[in-house]
Design a protein around this ligand. Structure first.
Ligand code: GLU
Length: 283
């Protein structure tokens, strides 16, 4: 098996990240497959939110927790052109279309239509730019209007048919990409997206097992579509539960009080973190 942990350096790691990292690490440790490998990938494409100092701190935290990964570490920001190449390919196949809408325009259209179903990334895109003619698209691009690229989900599903994935926790899951609708695969500002970059990297790095939080479950519905369109192999998934605080509430990812840095400064040990997270203390 080849597996990975793929944090985004948008802030300090907190207990929720530690849970995810240790779950992925323990899955790797437990595997009896020969030739197993553990990778770390820095998901730093969103330059509006990522900072090098957070990357430095997260490497420090993960090492302290006991993770050991192969070097060199892959940084998504160093591969933007490769993701764009894949977006171009999908666009040439007619599976992506340029979307010139601003957030405000999308919300106004949704209000006009009397609402839209919500996915994890907000309301489902109401399709404003889906049927622009080739001429209209060209005119707007020529005059310099900024655009994102969205997947034309209906066309995509006509190619892929129904999809499933195997999940260690949920068994065989039927993919429901309609939960995300015509999602953005290349953002206006960065020319790619989490969805496109993560699907490409996992296959380019040979990842066979993906352990990540159930907050990303909804993304997997779309990732299966991309994998199928691109003829990528299907990885095995384990979407682990999210940890809760002592009142049973989900720990917010940005809970400042429980960063690993602050817990370390307060004298916590990695084993105490495991105990707090109710993860067995392993060798
Ligand atoms: N970079 C994502 C995050 O920090 C995780 C991506 C993944 O595991 O697929 O939430």
């Amino acid at each position: 098996m080849i597996t990975r942990f793929a944090p985004s350096p948008t802030g300090l790691l907190h207990l929720g990240h530690a849970f995810s990292a240790l779950t992925a690490w323990d899955e790797f440790q437990k595997s009896e497959e020969s030739g197993k490998r553990f990778l770390l990938r820095i998901e730093d494409i969103d330059f509006t939110r990522c900072r090098p100092e957070f990357e430095e701190k997260l490497l420090e935290d993960l090492e302290w927790l006991g993770l050991k990964w192969e070097t060199p570490v892959r940084r998504q920001s160093e591969h933007l052109e490769e993701y764009q190449g894949v977006a171009d390919q999908l666009r040439e196949r007619g599976l992506l279309y340029p979307c010139f809408c601003t957030r405000k325009e999308i919300l106004a259209e949704i209000a006009r239509a009397g609402g839209a179903p919500h996915g994890s990334e907000g309301p489902i895109y109401p399709g404003i730019c889906r049927d622009l003619s080739a001429d209209e698209q060209a005119t707007r691009i020529e005059r310099g209007d900024e655009f994102a690229l969205r997947i034309d989900l209906e066309k995509a599903l006509a190619e892929t048919g129904e999809l499933t994935w195997k999940d260690k926790r949920f068994g065989e899951v039927r993919a429901k990409p309609e939960l995300l609708g015509d999602a953005v695969l290349a953002r206006k500002d960065i020319g790619t997206s989490y969805h496109l970059a993560v699907v490409c990297d996992d296959v380019w790095q040979g990842v066979t097992h993906i352990t990540r939080g159930e907050d990303l479950l909804e993304s997997t519905h779309l990732h299966r579509v991309l994998q199928e369109l691109l003829d990528f192999p299907e990885p095995k998934y384990f979407h682990h539960e999210l940890i809760t605080d002592t009142d049973g509430k989900r720990l917010a990812k940005r809970d400042e009080s429980e960063t690993l840095q602050s817990l370390r400064e307060a004298g916590w040990t990695p084993d105490e973190i495991r105990t707090r997270l109710q993860i067995p203390i392993s060798g």
